[in-house]
Write a protein that binds this ligand. Sequence first.
Ligand code: HEC
Ligand SMILES: [Cu+2]
Length: 420
Amino acid sequence: MQYVVRFWRSALLLAGFVFASTGSAFAQEVRKFNMFYGVTPMSRDIYDLHMTILLICCIIGLGVFAILIYALINHRKSLGVKPAQFHEHQTVEIVWAIVPLVILVIMAIPATMVLTRMENADDSAVTIKITGYQWKWQYDYLDQGISFFSNLSTPLAQINNKEPKGKHYLREVDNQLVVPINEKIRFLITSNDVNHSWWVPALGVKKDAIPGFIHEAWAKIDKPGIYRGQCAELCGVNHGYMPIVVKAVTQEQFVQWVAKQKQKEGKATARSTQSSTQKTYTPDELMALGKKNYDTYCAACHQADGKGIPPIYPALRADSVAVGGTIARHIDIVMHGVPGTAMQAFDKQLSDTQIASIVTYERNAWGNRTGDVVQPATVAKQRQKVEEKFDAKEEKKLKENIKEIKKTNVIVPQNDKAKK
Ligand code: HEC
Ligand SMILES: [Cu+2]
C-alpha cells in the first residue's frame, strides 16, 4: 500500500511540475508538438477535449504501470511468492468490466458535447460553399454572390529548386478566402472530382470534400489574421499543391472587400465583351503572359515543359490539338474541358486575355512552332458564338415541341382555333 501512496504522490508532483512550468522555454518547446489552441471556439473545444482525454489516458497508463511494476518487484519468484488464483472470482470480474465502462462513459460525455456543437451550424451570418478540384479550391459566397478560384501561387522555379524557397513555400495562394471575424461562418464543403479534405487547424475545421455530398462545418474567428491549411485527403499527384489561406478581417473591412470583389467580378464579365478584349497584344507580350498563366493553371497536369504525364495527362508538346488542330478547337477544349476527364472547363476560371495568352503560349512554346497568335477578341467571339449556338438550339427545340403538341392536339393554341 505504501508503494501506491508514494507512487501517486510522485505522479501528482510530476503532473504539477509540467503544468506549473507551462511558461518555461522547455514547456514551450514541448508544446510545439502538441495541437494548438486556434482562434475559434471550436478549435479550443477540440484542444480542451484532446487534453482531457490525454490526461485520463495518462492517469490510467501510470496507474496500470505502477501496479505492474509494484507486482514485478514485490511478487517476484526469487522471493518465493506463490501465484494467487483468481479463477471464477466474481467480484473481480464485475469490477474489471464496470470500471472501464464507467471510464468510457466519462470520456464520451465531453466528446459528445463537443461533437454536437461542431455539427451545429445554425444562425450563421455568412455561408461559403467550398469545392475541391484537382488541384485548387473554389469559394462561392452564397449570400454575396461572389465566386472565385484559389490556386497555389508558389512559383514553379521554387518547386524545381531553381530559386530559394520562400517563407510560405507551398502554403500561399493567389486568391485568399476572406472572412469577417466575430461572425458565424458556415462552410458547405463538396468536391468536383475526387475526394479532398478542407483542413485549417487554427479554425478547428477539417472536413472531407466528397463529390455528390455536401458536408457542413463552421467557424467563428475572434482574431484577425492569416490562417493556413492544406488539403488533407490524398487526391492525386499534386495533392500537396492545393493549400488553403484564410484571411480574417474586421466586419468593416469585409464589407469593403465584398464591394471591391463584386466590382472586380463585374469588370471581369464586362471584360469578356469589351475593353481589354479590344486590346491587341504583341506576340512577345502574349508569350510572357501565357507562360505565367500556363504555369499557374495548366502545368500541374501538362507539366511546365509541356511533356505531360502520359498516359493520364497528355503532352501538349507536338500535340494533335496544340499543333495539329485549329485554333478554334484548341480554345474550345480549354474553355469547355473534356467531360469525364481531369481536363476541366476553364471558361469561368479564366478571362479572355488569360485564355488567349495560354493558347498562344501552347502553340509556340517547347518547340511548338505554329506561329499562331491568338488575341483576346478571338476568344471573346468564340465565347459568344457558343452562347448563340446554344440559344438557337434551344429555340429550335422549343419550336419542335410546339409542333409536336399541335400534332397530337393535346392543347390547341387560341390563335389556331380562331383561324379555323
Ligand atoms: C487537372 C489536370 C489538368 C489541368 C489542370 C489541365 N488539363 Fe488539359 N488535359 C487534362 C487531361 C486529362 C486531358 C486529356 C483529356 C482527354 O482524355 O481527352 C487534357 C487535355 C488537354 C488538351 C487536349 C490535348 C489532346 O491532345 O487531346 C489541351 C489543349 C489542354 N488539355 C489544355 C489545357 C490548358 C490550356 C490548361 C490550363 C488552362 C489545362 N489543359 C489544364 C488534364 C488537365
Ligand atoms: Cu485535394
